[in-house]
Design a protein around this ligand. Structure first.
Ligand code: F6P
Length: 299
């Protein structure tokens, strides 16, 4: 049905999607692409604006190859879409995770505990690093840098012996151990989404075993993905929306709106598809440096 102003009025402070969503990949299902083409023809839809993360972009690319006029806008809390500095949703997820860390500090400090906090992010550590730094985590475990659980435990023991009585460990749901150190594979749902919770529980167990510290785990899960978006995300979504609509009106296709520095640009979907934007070394270094400095300052 036509989306009128009446339909979209008041959506700015809402999360989620009024159109609904699914992890279904039409190109992986027999006759899936043909069914989409048939629906578009039947409904007289001349162009699609697809909003989502790497799975959406991949499917959108396949539809573009099949002749659909296609413009995409990156939206995923994981912030792992290649070609754009930011995806819509990331800022909100980081804000929620940071607030959760601020709150978890209270119990950690009051009860002298190690608090493990698992955040989302799929196979990258953007949320973990950003919220971990902003929320003052003492260790941040991310997929980009496989961890050695013995090393983490040793650092916590050193920290608690030297000066601290509590610690916060942030673990990204996709974090993995260094080869040969811990036998763990994150459970995956259909279409490769990580099922949240497993790594957090495992890290809690392993750290408690190795350190003897009173240890608890908090799995933030889908809390990070819902509720009202931050002003930064609303602004970015609005900018992407206008750029995407303009692109369609200008007859562009197979492009994605992207934030590059402070500008909105259009990038080719082909350049983006299949690539994952990992946390850059500079940001990882900040996380490492702060964890190290905390230990060094009081050692
Ligand atoms: O891609 C967004 C995301 O929230 C990931 O961080 C997470 O791995 C996945 O989705 C969870 O998916 P589902 O809601 O299907 O469990």
């Amino acid at each position: 049905f036509p989306l009128t102003r009446d339909h979209v009025r008041g959506v700015l402070p809402l999360g989620g999607t009024m159109l609904g969503t699914t992890r279904f990949h039409p190109h992986e299902s027999n006759g899936g692409i043909d069914a989409v083409l048939e629906t578009l023809k039947h409904e007289h839809i001349g162009a699609l604006i697809c909003v989502g993360g790497d799975g959406t972009l991949h499917a959108a690319g396949k539809l573009a190859e099949a002749g659909v006029t296609m413009v995409c806008a990156p939206k995923t809390i994981d912030n792992d879409v290649w070609g754009t500095d930011r995806s819509v949703g990331f800022d909100t997820a980081v804000s929620i995770a940071t607030e959760a860390l601020d709150r978890v500090h209270t119990t950690a400090e009051s009860h002298d505990r190690v608090m493990v906090v698992e955040v989302m992010g799929h196979h990258v550590g953007w949320i973990a690093v950003a919220a971990g730094i902003a929320g003052g985590a003492d260790q941040i475990l991310i997929p980009e840098e496989p961890f050695d659980i013995d090393e983490i435990a040793a650092q916590l023991r050193h920290r608690h012996k030297s000066y601290a009585s509590s610690s916060i460990v942030v673990v990204a749901e996709g974090a993995t151990a260094k080869e040969g150190t811990l036998d763990f594979t994150p459970p995956e749902g259909p279409y490769g989404a990580i099922v949240a919770g497993a790594i957090g529980e495992r890290i809690k167990y392993e750290l408690a075993e190795r350190t003897g510290f009173d240890t608890r785990v908090t799995i933030l899960g889908h809390v990070q993905r819902g509720g009202t978006p931050t002003a930064t995300d609303r602004l970015l979504a609005s900018r992407f929306g206008v750029a995407a609509a303009d692109a369609v009106h200008e007859g562009k296709t197979s492009v994605m709106t992207a934030l590059v520095g402070d500008r909105i640009e259009l990038v080719d979907i082909a350049e983006v598809a299949g690539k994952v934007k990992e946390v850059p070394e500079e940001l990882r270094n900040v996380a490492r440096t702060l964890a190290r400095q905390g230990a060094a300052a009081f050692a």
